[in-house]
Design a protein around this ligand. Structure first.
Ligand code: AMP
Length: 210
């Protein structure tokens, strides 16, 4: 199954995507994670992407398409993928449609996690990542275990001002994807993403019939 997780930054796509990947045995393809890896490793692509990411803007469509194409060609993605943070605009959605069509596949469903802006800003300010595993925590709602708490870090782009800018970029570029997929006849399941992780997960599995 090929599934797109849509929603503003901080809506819970990464968390739900990871749970879903485990449940369905389908890999999660998260372009943000892939770009952060490239930044950490200091590859030429990472060096190029870092300033754009820190400013809360979108990295070029060509760069992310290259990453996604390579990732989709690996054997574990033969049966489908969960797309998190990709596509981010209509051009990327069309490119993904083309990639999947070449594989005889298409997006089967979209899960759209809705969370209002103020809740997003509150969430992001408490968000912390374990740099060793990439696991994401929240200081209040999902605190890291004691042996991890000492090494968690805040993402450079999770500062309030950058978050507000990322929300604008989202509204302008990414929100229209709901209509892109509806127009293409892909089922779009809209869920209230502001609730607890378990409650959202139960709904996600429910709408997917799992
Ligand atoms: P995320 O982890 O999905 O919130 O992504 C973090 C940052 O990486 C974004 O603010 C963008 O700068 C960049 N990024 C991630 N995915 C994409 C994408 N599909 N297209 C363009 N930029 C992206």
């Amino acid at each position: 199954m090929d599934l797109v997780l849509l929603g503003a930054p901080g809506a819970g796509k990464g968390t739900q995507g990871a749970l879903l990947a485990e449940t369905l045995g389908t890999p999660k393809i998260a372009t943000g994670d892939m770009l952060r890896d490239a930044v950490r490793q200091g590859t030429p692509l990472g060096v190029q992407a870092k300033a754009v990411m820190d400013a809360g803007k979108l990295v070029s469509d060509d760069i992310v398409l290259g990453l996604v194409r390579e990732r989709l060609s690996r054997p574990d993605a033969e049966g489908g993928a969960i797309f998190d943070g990709y596509p981010r605009n209509v051009a990327q959605a069309r490119a993904l449609d083309g990639l999947l069509e070449d594989l005889g596949r298409g997006i089967d469903a979209v899960v759209y996690l809705e969370v209002d802006d103020d809740a997003i800003v509150r969430r992001m300010s408490g968000r912390r990542t374990d740099p060793e595993t990439g696991v994401v925590y929240h200081v209040d709602h999902n605190p890291p275990p004691a042996d991890v708490a000492g090494r968690v870090v805040q993402r450079d782009d999770d500062r309030e001002e950058t978050v507000r800018h990322r929300l604008e970029v989202y509204r302008e570029n990414t929100a229209p994807l709901v209509e892109h997929y509806r127009g293409a006849g892909v089922p779009v399941h809209t869920l209230d993403g502001s609730r607890a992780i378990d409650a959202v997960q139960a709904d996600v599995l429910g709408v997917l019939g799992r």
